[in-house]
Design a binder for this molecule. Structure first.
Ligand code: ADP
Ligand code: MG
Length: 653
């Protein structure tokens, strides 16, 4: 429930009945286990007397072997049946979208038996030299630097992105990729990212459940392999201030067992009607649940990235590009009769324009859009680098499943209503009139939905202030506070969606939110402690000791030179001495205030309110303290400064 992985190892040792032991193995052991679950966060679902949890094999995800141990991907369920992981609800969401999409496919091709949800993730990360990492308690304990002045050079030259890969890094990547391939993770791409020492690895897309497992596996593999090469892999979304953070773009699409990519344009008008259907209903899901989708990718760590001037903004919208926007506008605005034109002998013909796939791929890729159409898929870019993709995938697939269910219901209702319309009757010679009732009904519903979901479509600059105002006018969710955003999981529409699709119950959603709030609070709490400790026992002592050095110098200068000359020569040092005194005093006061604010927040019993207090009163103090420390970093003797600086962390490879 904390989005991480957990493992329990078992051997096959049993009593042999004669005072010794025997290794005994039956297949049953693989299928289900009963580990004690009491120490995992459960959001209050389990009291200790029913602390048992059950793990059950997920046969849709292959087993694999690490360190001579057979590892079996499992779901984890509580004694009372609630899911305690991200896998069980993900499997249910994938089933829901499969069922809903297959039924909609039947309007176009009755032979479709299954629709698969595809996920291709792109994992960004930083590498930092292991020795330097060990000397940064903030990196070690929180995953990010809580202080550190900008390096004189960082990403302004744009010379890292797609630049040549440094040798030690290349050796790490090769090793990682070989091990990943041996575990069945189909890694394909590696390159430098925008920030110095930032990189990306991506496999080809797979079935979503498998892709999620493979991402979790890759993240843990990455940490192990990095250490072998003298690196630490940083998966935090924002390890360094002032340069780009890390995300994990989730490329997502649906495809059929008959080999059709449902989010890719086709060659005929009918294929493009199907294409438009899946695009529009995806947008309907994203529009209706835009706040919830944001909640699904939000975390204390990803909050640093969203809304900052680099990554997707904290408002979910969708970029479609010119071609696709024109297609939807055409379906919406064309005179309905014109969409069905007469075409000689063949009777009626659908007037849905063709979209060359190549052109779509070339459409300007809007990097600011959190949910962008990229030719034959959508790219959900707001997902954090450290996140479990399952969280975003549960919500996205559920939202689209719900939209498809509603679409089908409305199309069927229209079909029933026009059943007796002579327009669709066969003509006297027995051949069809050419008016396909199903297509008429589909177009009716699509035209309605294209209008409804229009507010989610936005091709402009997602970073601009105008967009924030415009999005609010359109009724999109513009909330930026992480603990408040989590409330979206408990909205009536969210509970209704998850329950009706059988993905999660209200009780499960409530328990998960308790865990989310608690996790948020703990992360901020740890950062506050680390920042306070480092301020008091790293920064202030060092600044003070440099200040004493300066004071001694001033004294001695005064002993050597006549008063007036000495004053003149001491002017700069006296100013520094004063600045250090002022800054250290400010830091001290702020750290005291931070401790007091924590005491107040810790008294709040309700996890939700406590998380809000940590967000509103504690987190905002970090930057004020950091500001003072970063100024000190610039003036204190480099040989005394106790922490590796940004220029070392980011440029030593
Ligand atoms: P980018 O140009 O954004 O870096 P890539 O072309 O490298 O993207 O692809 C990124 C990921 O998207 C890869 O994992 C790729 O397999 C995946 N992908 C490509 N097509 C689809 C699709 N139709 N559905 C889901 N994922 C896809
Ligand atoms: Mg991409």
């Amino acid at each position: 429930m904390t989005e991480g992985t957990a493992e329990k190892h078992d051997s096959f040792i049993e009593h042999d009945g004669k005072g010794g032991m025997i290794e005994e193995f039956s297949g049953k052991l693989l299928v289900q286990q009963e580990p004690d679950a009491s120490s995992f966060p459960s959001g209050g679902i389990r009291s200790t007397f029913e602390a048992r949890g059950y793990s059950a094999w997920d046969p849709t995800s292959p087993v694999f072997i690490i360190d001579d141990t057979l590892i079996i991907p499992t779901v984890f369920i509580s004694y009372s049946g609630e899911s305690l992981d991200y896998k069980a609800p993900l499997l249910r969401a994938l089933k829901a979208v499969n069922v809903a999409a297959t039924e909609v496919c039947h309007y176009f091709d009755p032979a479709v038996k299954k629709v698969t949800s595809n996920l291709g993730w792109e994992q960004e990360y930083f590498l930092v030299d292991e020795g330097l990492y060990a000397a940064r308690p903030d990196l070690l304990l929180t995953g990010r630097t809580l202080m550190g002045h900008d390096s004189a050079k960082n990403q302004q030259m744009d010379d890292h992105y797609f630049g040549s890969i440094p040798e030690r890094v290349a050796a790490f990547m090769r090793d990682l990729e070989i091990q990943a391939l041996m575990l069945g993770i189909p890694v394909k791409t590696r390159h430098n990212e925008v920030a110095p020492n930032q990189f990306e690895v991506a496999p080809i897309f797979e079935d979503t459940n498998l892709a999620v497992d493979h991402n979790m596996l890759l993240m843990s593999l990455m940490k192990r392999v990095a250490r072998k090469h003298g690196f630490r892999a940083l998966l935090h979304e924002k390890p360094f201030a002032g340069i780009n953070g890390s995300g994990k773009h989730n490329n997502w699409s649906l495809s059929t067992d008959t080999g059709v990519l449902l989010h890719a344009p086709g060659k005929t008008a009918e294929q493009n009607l199907r294409f438009a259907t899946f695009i529009v209903e995806t947008l309907m899901g994203v529009y209706k649940h835009n706040g919830l989708l944001k909640a699904s990718i939000m975390s204390a760590t990803n909050a640093h990235r969203l809304g900052a001037n680099e990554a997707p903004p904290a408002i979910i919208s969708s970029f479609l590009g010119k071609q696709l926007s024109e297609l939807l506008d055409h379906i919406e605005k064309a005179d309905k009769e014109d969409l069905f034109s007469m075409d000689g002998k063949q009777g009626m013909k659908l007037d849905i324009p063709e979209i060359p796939e190549l052109l779509i791929d070339n459409t300007d890729r809007n990097r600011t859009s959190p949910f962008a159409f990229t030719g034959n898929r959508f790219e959900f870019r707001a997902v954090g680098s450290e996140a479990n993709c399952a969280s975003a995938m549960i919500t996205l697939n559920s939202a689209v499943a719900e939209a498809l269910v509603s679409f089908k219901k409305r199309v069927d209702a229209r079909l029933a209503a026009i059943k007796d319309d002579p327009l669709f009757a066969t003509v006297p010679d027995g051949s069809p009139s050419g008016h396909n009732a199903t297509y008429h009904a589909i177009i009716d519903v699509l035209r309605e939905d294209i209008k409804t979901c229009k507010p989610i479509r936005f091709d402009g600059n997602g970073y601009s202030d105008e967009w924030k105002a415009e999005a609010a006018r359109r009724g999109l969710d513009t909330e930026t506070s992480c603990p408040v955003i989590f409330e979206r999981y408990l909205d009536k529409e969210s509970i209704q969606m998850f329950e009706s699709l059988g993905v999660m119950t209200k009780k499960e959603l409530e328990a998960r939110n308790e865990v989310k709030w608690e996790t948020y609070t703990k992360k901020i709490q740890i950062e506050a402690r680390v920042l306070g400790d480092l301020s008091m026992n790293h920064i202030i002592p060092v600044a003070t000791s440099y200040q004493s050095q300066l004071l001694r110098n001033v004294e001695r200068m005064s002993g050597v030179f006549p008063k007036e000359k000495a004053n003149q020569l001491n002017a700069r040092n006296l100013k520094l001495i004063e600045e250090i005194a002022e800054r250290t005093a400010t830091i001290e006061t702020l750290v005291e205030e931070l401790v007091e604010a924590r005491k107040v927040a810790n008294k709040i019993a309700d996890e939700h309110q406590k998380a809000i207090a940590y967000h509103d009163t504690i987190a905002p103090m970090f930057d004020k303290i950091r500001y003072q420390i970063d100024k000190l970093e610039l003036i204190v003797d480099d040989s005394l400064w106790p922490l590796p600086k940004y220029r070392e962390l980011l440029f030593i490879r």
